[in-house]
Unconditional design. Structure first.
Length: 327
């Protein structure tokens, strides 16, 4: 009898203690942990996806939270961005965006969100470069040769991209517009597929993310002609830029950064920014990024917002010059 009464009293005491903890906000640790999701608006294996997974665990540790990566691919990144734009502005939903984020505003005639007004910059985490590559069958050795060959044969050659409206599409479209060239666009489902089309000789050219072609530097099926940034790529230092090797004034690369829904409290944005910058200062994380062909970056949230504004203006020019449009 005494034992049974003690047991009942003990259970009641435990239940009361747990109830008090819950009411006081002191729930057990596993129930307390905050969950933050990083939406990646592209599929598994895309540059943003590999970058997000290269630092999400460490970001979670810095924030005392669980940071998960959620792929929401479709329509050139606009599906995932739309999900993030409509999420509560509490810092628990972020999107890892890149140049395609601002490109969408000028490419699509209708969007359910405004890429600039509906988001706030949280942290610039890196910069991704691109490379102009051609199939060996073109028999050209540099950008100037490539321009000369294509100009002499308008419409004869084609180029692949990761899809209509992708950064790889716009990078080549703006290149062709600036050089006054005509090539047929062959959209595929991913950068890897576009590169494979060139390797197979079915397509003559591609502008790919650096990581997409770095492994083919010594492959006889493909020749890397130039990097597209304003300066040479640290991952391919011997490769000249497009500007210095045949098309002065041309440059295309992409920021990669975390955005939050507009209206997210400034204090929360600053907290997320500080955590991201802390993680990016880790040499191990920097090395992971470099293996992905991404230069790690750290910026204040305010400076990143200024970059987004400048990029918005630049991408408007790129899309207009390419003539690309998606209804």
């Amino acid at each position: 009898m005494t034992s049974t009464l003690f047991t009942r009293r003990s259970l009641a005491a435990i239940a009361a203690a747990l109830a008090a903890m819950t009411l006081g906000g002191l729930t057990p640790a596993h129930a307390q942990q905050r969950v933050i999701r990083i939406i990646v608006p592209f599929g598994t294996g895309a540059v943003q996806d590999t970058v997000a997974r290269a630092f999400n665990s460490e970001l979670g540790a810095a924030l005392d939270a669980s940071v998960i990566v959620e792929n929401r691919a479709g329509a050139g990144g606009t599906v995932g961005a739309a999900v993030a734009a409509k999420a509560p502005a509490d810092g628990n939903t972020l999107v890892l965006a890149a140049a395609s984020h601002n490109i969408a505003a000028f490419l699509y005639s209708k969007l359910s969100y405004d890429p600039l007004k509906d988001f706030v910059g949280v942290a610039n985490v890196g910069n991704a470069g691109y490379v102009l590559a051609v199939a060996s069958g073109m028999n050209v050795s540099n950008t100037a040769d490539f321009i000369k060959e294509v100009k002499a044969n308008p419409g004869k050659y084609n180029y692949a991209s990761a899809g209509n409206g992708s950064a790889t599409h716009l990078a080549m479209a703006s290149f062709l517009a600036k050089a006054g060239l005509q090539m047929t666009h062959i959209p595929t489902k991913s950068t890897g597929e576009a590169v494979n089309e060139v390797l197979a000789g079915r397509v003559q050219a591609v502008i790919s993310s650096s990581i997409g072609v770095m492994g083919f530097q010594d492959d006889a099926r493909m020749k890397l002609l130039a990097s597209t940034g304003q300066t040479r790529s640290p991952f391919l230092p011997k490769l000249p830029t497009v500007a210095e090797s045949g098309l002065p004034g041309y440059a295309f690369d992409s920021w990669i950064g975390l955005l939050a829904p507009a209206g997210t409290p400034k204090a929360e944005v600053e907290r997320l920014n500080a955590a991201a910058n802390k993680v990016l200062a880790d040499p191990a994380i920097q090395e992971r990024f470099k293996r992905l062909g991404v230069e790690p970056r750290s910026q204040s949230a305010g400076d990143f917002q200024k970059l987004l504004r400048a990029d918005w203006d630049a991408m408007g020019v790129v899309v207009k010059s390419s003539g690309a449009k998606i209804d």
